[in-house]
Structures are given as C-alpha cells and as structure tokens.
Ligand binder design. Structure first.
Ligand code: NAP
Length: 311
C-alpha cells in the first residue's frame, strides 16, 4: 500500500511517518515541500504522485492565529482539504483527513458523538468544520478523524510545556475548568493501521471504504482538565526519576486566560474562544473495530516513561 502523508513535519504527521515507514510504502510532504495555501501547487505536486491512501495531518493549528488570519485559516483548513479530496478521487485513492474536538461549542456535559451537532466558537473550529464538509461532499467514502489534545515526541505540546515549566519553576498552574481527553500520536497511528487493514481486507485488488468512513472520533479513554493532565504528567515524571522543581499543579480558571497579559505566568492571553467541554465519545470506533482506546493516564505514562525517563 502506498501512502502519502501531508504535514509530515508536524506532531502527528511526523509520528505517522516514523510509525508507518516500516510497514508501508510512505512518502511525506512537510510544509516546506508543499504549501497547502497554494492550491495550484497542491494540485501539481500531489497530482503527480501515485498513492492508494493520502493522510492529511497538515493544518493551520494555532487557534489564536486562526482568529486573526481568518482567510488563511479557511484556505489551509477548509479549501485545501476539499482539493485534496478531489485529487484522491481522480486517483481512485482514499483520504484520511484529521479534524478536531474544537468543532463543538462545549455546551454539552457528556461525550460528543459523531451525530452531535457541530457548532464551532472559533475561526479555527469553523475552518476545520468547513474542511470536514468539503472532504465528505467530494466523497463520503473518505474518512474524517476528529482527535483532541494531541501529544507525542515529535513536537512539544501542552504536556511538554508543563514538564519544562516544572523543571524550571516551583509554581505551576493549569486550567481546572476545561475538559477533554489527551490523545497520544502513537495510539492514533495504531488506530489508523486498523483502518488501513479494514479497507484492504474488504476490497481485494483495491481499497474499499469498509465500515470506516465519514466522521470518526478518536481519543484516549476518559476525561480530564488541563490541571489534572499536567498533575498526572508530573506524577509520572517523579516515578520515572525526572528532575522537577515544581511538583504540584495549581488551578487556573478558564476565564483568567482571556485576562492574562503577555509575560504573566509565561503565558500569552487567548484571542479565540475555546470549548469548555469537548470530550469525544469513541463508542463508534469501538463498535466498528471491536477495540477500545486505552486510558489517557496509561498513554501519558507510556510517553513519559519512553521519552523522559532517566532510569
Ligand atoms: N494538536 C492538537 O492538540 C490537536 C487537537 C485536535 C485536532 N488536531 C488536528 O490534528 C491534526 C494534526 O495536528 P498536529 O497536532 O500534528 O499539529 P501541528 O504539529 O501544528 O502540525 C500541523 C502541520 O501542518 C503544517 N502546516 C501548517 N500550515 C501549512 C500549509 N500552509 N501547508 C502545508 N503544511 C502546513 C505545519 O507546518 P509548520 O509548523 O511548519 O507550519 C505542521 O507541520 C490537525 O488536523 C489538527 O487540526 C490537533
């Protein structure tokens, strides 16, 4: 199976490159090699490549910058995925496109299912939702995977920032009234391998959609606040023998993030609104694959043991 990965230099894309290279014939394009905001260049470069599956892990992911550069957000997160879906159809190839829990407004207090109404409250969320729609309007046999709070070794994320801060300072705090679920890039790669397997088993001589198409939610199991997430990461670091100055994560209110000034607590104030609650239900994934994602605490512990442990 020949796979093309867009966003090959990103947190998720780089992880997929690393994990898929031993199993599949993989070609990656990073931002420098392929700029999604240049739709003509995108058609030319991807059009000239042969593949069975394209994985789009490229996106304009800076939530606050998307609010300011709205047009750019829509070009990269909405228009480009539509063009990518068209190229895939011309090649009779399948597309796996990544999206986000930020398509929801966060008003619910139970995990969001694929059937729940999306109602983004930021330009980032709006542009990502438009991207989902553009992809599935071209062909509903493509797969849109919504993930949340992605972490992994290929690019620092919230959890790495918290560990770094705890290595430098005694005082650390994180938001205690915003809920979602961390998702390990390694686990996303395993999930995708299952999808690819499902597609190739169901269509001898080519790829079929199988049961996995349309929108699918994937995240590690459970839910937490950023404070709980950070505290667990520090607890895992302590057990793994990682030096820390700060060991307890204090609580910060979501409302305070919009009032913070540059330099306050090392954080910049937020421009965009974020959903308060964006836990994704993975019941559909479990029903279709017969497997459940592992708990977020286990995934974070695995990451820290593997990439931070000095023992
Ligand atoms: N990170 C999260 O917590 C999270 C949560 C929910 C959903 N997601 C989704 O998961 C997917 C992967 O995100 P990630 O965590 O891997 O984010 P990431 O590390 O920011 O990766 C995104 C990649 O896209 C590239 N990119 C940005 N603009 C581009 C352009 N115009 N042309 C080509 N490439 C461009 C970036 O390159 P440069 O850095 O060089 O610009 C980066 O390599 C995205 O669809 C994102 O929306 C992420």
């Amino acid at each position: 199976m020949k796979i093309v990965i867009l966003g090959a230099g990103g947190r998720l894309g780089a992880a997929l490159m690393r994990e898929f290279r031993p199993k599949y014939d993989v070609v990656g394009f990073d931002h420098a090699q392929l700029d999604l905001s240049n739709l003509e260049g995108l058609r030319e470069k991807v059009g000239a490549t042969t593949f069975d599956v394209l994985i789009n892990a490229a996106a304009f992911t800076n939530v606050d910058a998307c609010e300011i550069e709205r047009d750019r957000a829509f070009r990269i997160n909405a228009e480009a995925p539509g063009v990518v879906a068209e190229i895939c159809n011309e090649k009779d190839a399948k597309l796996i496109h990544f999206s986000t829990d930020y398509v929801f407004d966060g008003e619910k207090r139970a995990p969001y299912t694929e059937e729940d109404q999306a109602n983004p409250i930021s330009a980032y969320g709006e542009s990502k939702l438009a991207g989902e729609k553009n992809v599935l309007a071209v062909d509903d046999g493509h797969l849109v995977v919504r993930v949340s709070w992605v972490f992994g070794p290929d690019r620092p994320s919230f959890v790495d920032a918290m560990i770094k801060r705890a290595q430098q300072d005694e005082k650390i705090d994180a938001i205690s009234d915003k809920f979602s679920t961390p998702t390990y890039t390694h686990d996303i790669a395993e999930m995708l391998a299952r999808v690819l397997d499902d597609w190739s088993r169901r269509a001898p001589g080519g790829l079929g959609a199988g049961r996995l198409h349309g929108i699918l939610h994937f995240a590690n199991a459970g839910k937490c606040t950023w404070q709980e997430y950070a505290q667990w990461a520090l607890d895992c670091c302590r057990d793994a023998g990682v030096f820390l100055r700060g060991r307890t994560v204090g609580a910060l209110k979501l409302s305070e993030m919009t009032r913070l000034r540059q330099g306050s607590g090392g954080q910049a104030p937020w421009v965009a609104r974020r959903p308060v609650y964006s836990v994704l239900s993975t019941a559909k994934y479990t029903e279709l694959t017969g497997t459940a994602p592992r708990a977020w605490r286990e995934a974070v512990n695995d990451y820290i043991t593997r990439f931070y442990s000095k023992k």
